[in-house]
Design a protein around this ligand. Structure first.
Ligand SMILES: Nc1ncnc2c1ncn2[C@@H]1O[C@H](COP(=O)(O)OP(=O)(O)O)[C@@H](O)[C@H]1O
Ligand SMILES: N[C@@H](CC(=O)OP(=O)(O)O)C(=O)O
Length: 458
């Protein structure tokens, strides 16, 4: 049995949904189908999830919601019309949204989560209806029915460990195709909660582990995971196999093609993930697997960059001698409920790197004041335009000159990393660079001989 997940770009129009259905029914092992909300139909278009964010905002501020609700329903109507469905389903979806608008929510975050979840919820209902209309034994299955209970913040929830056993006990009727909405589940009180953005991949992974499937197929709009983001370099090298560790590092650092949290459930279950293209389903795509033979995959597997970071730089002489200094800083972060990503340090300075999305200006200012009071630094400064560049490869350890080589090449184009971080496993090297040079750094590193070399061995 396989889990098969389609991203929003694969379900943006009726024509795309038809391609997805052709893929589903071409293999009887494809029994668990996870769908995203309709995505962008072309560059510059708006994803349904983003329209739902606007709807949630309008509901919260008690504005008129008619126009925005209609624009969302139009997306589903276009798909329903393509398959010749009558208007009943759209009327039901309208009623469902209106009902949600009347409900009371424990917090604004819960309200946003409830609306954002509807992109997937409505799409799964519609696609199950379309497939049934075409004569297939397909059924919408709510995450609640599967026992998908989550905890944590309403818009970046995490699945409870116990949910896997519940999923495993779920009996899928013989010959039935389950259509499950991605991206959301419910907390223990029954409130909607979503995973982080791009989280339909996470639903696919959770179900892959829960049902202990043979393969998790993840269909998107590219024919492979490439060694660099194809929006940064034209026609980059396709990667045929990535290890879990490589994927985790690369998706964390910007390969949005597979959500960085989604790798965790499949790691636990040892399930392989095949990333494939809905528009070219016969292309082999990229396999994400527990291990690969590094003798055939030397040097750099991929280079990613992400600009979603903010750094706090602290300078204080004899910082290395001061007992409890880091503890005092961490206590401030704890008080403001903020986690950090990395904390590289030297003898007299320390940089704390944060995910930009969890900070706002007033929090940053309050934290600065409290850290200043707690440790009395000589210098404290925020760098908002901070990006990380991640060089990843299971075979990196085999090339002791790589970091020197990278630094030389970057220096030639005037890029001086403000931070270098390498773990003991040497599967990745992380550089901190100015955000406006991040893509240049990716291009330079990609064009290095190490990368070219792996191009030949793949
Ligand atoms: N290294 C990479 N290889 C392939 N695609 C990448 C890479 N890095 C970023 N991407 C982007 O990821 C996109 C696919 O992810 P996403 O838009 O989330 O798809 P979906 O809608 O299928 O979930 C690609 O169209 C591409 O722009
Ligand atoms: N629709 C959600 C979840 C998701 O995974 O979407 P996509 O498959 O289009 O990346 C989002 O936009 O975040």
């Amino acid at each position: 049995m396989k889990v098969i997940k389609f991203g929003g770009s694969s379900l943006a129009t009726g024509e795309q949904v038809q391609k997805a259905i052709n893929i589903i029914v071409a293999d009887p092992a494809r029994r668990i189908v996870v769908v995203s909300a309709p995505g962008k139909r072309q560059k510059g278009d708006t994803k349904v999830t983003d329209l739902l964010v606007n709807l949630a905002g309008a509901v919260q501020s008690q504005q008129d919601t008619t126009a925005i609700r209609d624009s969302i329903l139009d997306r589903y109507r276009d798909i329903a019309d393509y398959f010749g469905l009558d208007g009943v389903i759209i009327a039901q979806l309208r009623e469902h949204l209106q009902h949600l608008e009347q409900r009371h929510y424990p917090s604004a975050e819960h309200l946003y989560a409830a609306f954002m979840a509807q992109g997937e919820n409505m799409n799964a209902r519609l696609i199950a209806r379309v497939m049934a209309h075409m004569g297939y034994r397909a059924r919408f299955v709510d995450p609640k029915e599967l026992g998908m209970v989550v905890s944590g913040a309403p818009r970046s929830a995490t699945i409870l460990e116990g949910a896997y056993a519940t999923i495993a006990h779920y009996q899928i009727p013989d010959g039935e195709i389950m259509v499950v909405p991605g991206f959301f589940a419910y907390d223990k009180d029954g409130n909607y909660a979503t995973f982080a953005r791009g989280g339909s991949d996470i639903t696919g992974s959770i179900l892959a582990r829960g049902f202990d499937v043979d393969l998790y197929e993840n269909f998107t709009d590219v024919s492979a995971i490439y060694a660099v983001n194809p929006d940064v370099v034209d026609h980059p090298r396709a990667i045929n196999t990535l290890t879990y560790r490589e994927m985790r590092e690369l998706s964390y650092a910007g390969f949005s093609v597979f959500n960085d949290e989604a790798i965790i459930p499949v790691i636990h279950a040892g399930i392989r993930v095949n990333v494939k293209n809905t528009n070219h389903p016969d292309a082999p795509g990229t396999m994400i697997a527990p291990t690969k033979d590094v003798r055939h995959h030397h040097y750099i597997t991929g280079v990613a960059a992400s600009q979603g970071f903010t750094a706090l730089y602290l300078h204080k002489y004899l910082l290395n001698k001061e007992v409890g200094l880091t503890l005092k800083i961490l206590q401030v972060l704890y008080k403001y409920n903020v986690s950090y990503e990395h904390m590289p340090s030297g003898i007299d300075d320390l940089t704390i790197i944060f995910d930009k999305h969890q900070l706002n200006a007033s929090q940053m200012s309050a934290m600065t004041d409290e850290i200043r009071a707690a440790i009395n630094p000589d210098q404290i400064q925020w760098f908002d335009d901070f990006a990380i560049v991640m060089i990843v490869g299971e075979g990196l350890y085999a090339d002791p000159t790589l970091v020197a080589h990278v630094m030389d090449e970057l220096a030639k184009v005037g890029i001086a990393p403000t931070m270098i971080n390498q773990g003991a496993s040497r599967i990745s090297t992380m550089l901190g660079v100015d955000a406006d040079r991040a893509d240049d750094a990716v291009r330079v590193i990609y064009s290095l001989s190490g990368c070219e070399k792996s191009q030949h061995v793949l």
